[in-house]
Design a protein around this ligand. Sequence first.
Ligand SMILES: NC(=O)c1ccc[n+]([C@@H]2O[C@H](COP(=O)([O-])OP(=O)(O)OC[C@H]3O[C@@H](n4cnc5c(N)ncnc54)[C@H](OP(=O)(O)O)[C@@H]3O)[C@@H](O)[C@H]2O)c1
Length: 415
Amino acid sequence: MAGLRLLRPQGLLPNPLTTTRTSVRPTKLGLRAPASQVQQARRISGPYGYTSAKALVFSEYGEPKDVLNLHTHSISPMLPPSSVLLRTLAAPINPADMNTIQGVYAAKPPFSSLIGTEKPSAIPGNEGVFEVVSSSSPTFSKGDWVIPKHTQFGTWRTHALTPADTLIKLDKAGLTPLQAATVAVNPSSAYRMLRDFVSDPTPMREGDWFVQNGANSAVGRAAIQLGRLWGYRSINVVRARPTPEATEALKHELLELGATRVVTDLEFESRAFQAEVADLTSRDSAAADGVRLGLNCVGGKSAQAMTRVLGRGGTLVTYGGMARQPIELPASRLIFKDLRFFGFWLSRWADRNPAAKEQTVHDILSLIREGKLADAPVVEVPWTWGTKAEELRGAVQRTLDGFKSGKGVFVFRDT
Ligand SMILES: NC(=O)c1ccc[n+]([C@@H]2O[C@H](COP(=O)([O-])OP(=O)(O)OC[C@H]3O[C@@H](n4cnc5c(N)ncnc54)[C@H](OP(=O)(O)O)[C@@H]3O)[C@@H](O)[C@H]2O)c1
């Protein structure tokens, strides 16, 4: 969690709800627009310029519905040197955030009392986009859009006060808050995994094949589209939906994004499909190595089946474990197929390669502006000053359900 101790306990201030809050906003014509349209307005402030802020926090690990609390606090207008006061515009709810709250994620967030919580607490949220409210750093000006440089920033909060060197400034032209909020983790992971793991005897070339499970995830959708842009062909594995029509609709969606083939996990594991892959990848000389790369975010039988279609010397990159099942492999896959296995963790890669991380984000945002990368579907979770803790907790907990229509993203309005 980034943050500086510059707070006053909320009890010392008059109730901010009685000060400047309103749910409608006068327009230039003197008419009033619904609060839902007022994304950039700042309505809540205390006396002497103190900013009233709220954050989801947890002080012990567990299910989000049981451990998340909404904490209210105030931030002083007197910024320390080289610091920035931010207002959150949007912040997604990613699987890693859930694992962090459950206490099963590799990185444990620091628990602190920096924002005045009764017990040392952490603010969840690895990514999001913020608007600069005020800055004591020459690098940032009011109105700039920024994203955190590192994961574990704690983005599920209305405001943040943070050292300037924890932020990356974005060129916000042509971007929506949702696009900016979701660029740092999932599309960046897809980008790096497609680029960084295959080198022997050559890097991935136009015409090469990759295979991935969880293909309808935000990472999977980005991989399909980046793969298409770079000339790669893709086999995409999804879980069947509750009805055949819904499964077909999902397949169609991914084909529209640029997927070469989309199959359900059952179809993928069938002998018929394994034979089809052998046929597909041996039709032309560019694919002589068979499927060269596999991206695995599921594990268990799904990952095992991927190793069956990988060509000789193929690479499996594991970056998630949604099925929570270990990967079992026959020895022959290692001995005779000479497969290579790697793990990818964006946080570690970004800490080691900060400049490359920034470049990756800027590259992806350029592709988005050029209309070459479509947004992954999202389910907006509005967060206004009046949003109750139960609503936020419920929205977070529901992201653990399967077959979601889109990624949950907090969209901050009137905070
Ligand atoms: N290592 C890294 O640095 C890194 C970076 C980014 C993401 N990730 C990981 O990548 C994965 C995808 O993240 P995301 O944010 O892109 O996901 P997302 O958009 O939230 O989508 C979740 C995906 O997981 C699938 N899924 C959920 N439960 C499953 C289960 N029990 N068995 C098989 N599939 C299941 C979903 O399939 P349905 O639609 O069928 O439910 C969907 O494809 C996660 O595991 C995440 O932790 C890792």
